[in-house]
Design a protein around this ligand. Structure first.
Ligand code: GCU
Length: 328
């Protein structure tokens, strides 16, 4: 019996080795590029890595996606402009980077839009999420899946305990007109700085505040240079996995289906990682002695009132959509 088992195991192993060798020997039909602006161990990067592994496995090595991390292909803006003519094939970026070109996406950047994260996911996982992924087509892009980027809050070199504390601060924002206007309405000066240069901008005092989620605050070491984190959670701007439309159109239907399915699966994987990393990031910054400031409801309301004009300026054409989201 023991002998039989050993023989059976050897046969299995031989099969596996042959299958692996065959896969290794397969010549890829497509070798495609994928840009990611976060470090390699960050949840969105691990999501991208999982995406590439799944695509390789399910196309039996015919489609290889090479993920480059930490902004190796340039800033998100550079990446997106390359994607418009097929220079880069895939990327994971913040929705904010594309919203100036595809204005309906601004709806998802509106401050105080959702009640919580579960509300946002009900919207993004439903019909509205799918419709908005389709809207990326207007910008020569294909929206594949939504990635979690948490809730954004302010952090600064001085405590922000109410709206008056933000007056006159210089705040780093993403490259988006709506983000600029939001900070201006709060009474501060917005400055666009690329994600990978924010730490340096704090060090050189180009900025004294920024706004982002817990994992960015911790992974990018912003908590070492801006020790006050105010839990405002003013926006939940999702990240998105994109393909270049040029690339997409040359891929056979069969591969497109697989890629889309792998993107969605990698997004679920990323969301799980996000939850754990979010907790870890909070614990790390609290442990390091940063002051975490929770706002009383009436102080939060000051911010909410200040940014209300954004709804009119950006979204009068999309009032139905906003209503649907808020009811979601
Ligand atoms: C999000 C996103 C980052 C992005 C950042 C930003 O957190 O996940 O990759 O660069 O926002 O504020 O620029």
């Amino acid at each position: 019996m023991k002998k039989l088992l050993i023989i059976a195991s050897c046969i299995c192993l031989a099969f596996c080795l042959t299958a692996c060798a065959e896969q290794e020997n397969t010549h890829p039909e497509y070798v495609l590029t994928y840009a990611e602006n976060q470090p390699q161990n960050y949840p969105t990067s691990l999501g991208g890595e999982r995406f590439a592994e799944l695509v390789k496995e399910r196309t039996e090595g015919k489609v290889i996606i090479q993920v480059k991390y930490a902004g190796e292909y340039g800033t998100d803006e550079d990446v997106v402009s390359q994607m418009r003519f097929g220079g880069i094939d895939f990327a994971r970026v913040s929705l904010a980077v594309v919203a100036d070109e595809v204005p309906v996406l601004n709806v998802l950047q509106l401050p105080f839009l959702y009640t919580d994260s579960a509300h946002m996911w009900r919207v993004l996982d439903g019909e509205i999420g799918e419709e908005l992924l389709a809207a990326f087509q207007e910008d020569e892009l294909v929206g594949l899946s939504w990635y979690d980027a948490g809730a954004r809050s302010f952090y600064a070199t001085k405590p922000i305990r109410e709206l008056a504390d933000v007056q006159g601060m210089t705040v780093r924002v993403q490259n988006s007109q709506l983000a600029m206007d939001m900070v201006t309405l709060m009474g501060a000066k917005p400055v666009y700085v690329d994600h990978n240069d924010v730490h340096y901008a704090f060090e050189t005092r180009k900025i004294n505040a920024a706004e982002n989620n817990w994992p960015v605050y911790q992974y990018m070491d912003h908590y070492l240079v801006a020790k006050y984190y105010t839990v405002l959670e003013h926006t939940r701007v999702p990240d998105v996995q994109l393909a270049s439309r040029r690339t997409w159109e040359i891929l056979p239907e069969e591969y497109r289906t697989i890629i889309l399915e792998c993107a969605k699966e990698s997004a679920l994987y990323q969301r799980n990682l996000w939850i754990r990393n979010d907790i870890f990031a909070r614990a790390t910054v609290i442990d390091s002695g940063c002051e975490i400031i929770f706002l009383e409801p009436e102080k939060k309301l000051q911010f909410q009132r200040a940014v209300q004009p954004l709804y009119e300026k950006y979204c009068t054409d999309h009032l139905d959509l906003i209503q649907k989201i808020q009811a979601g």
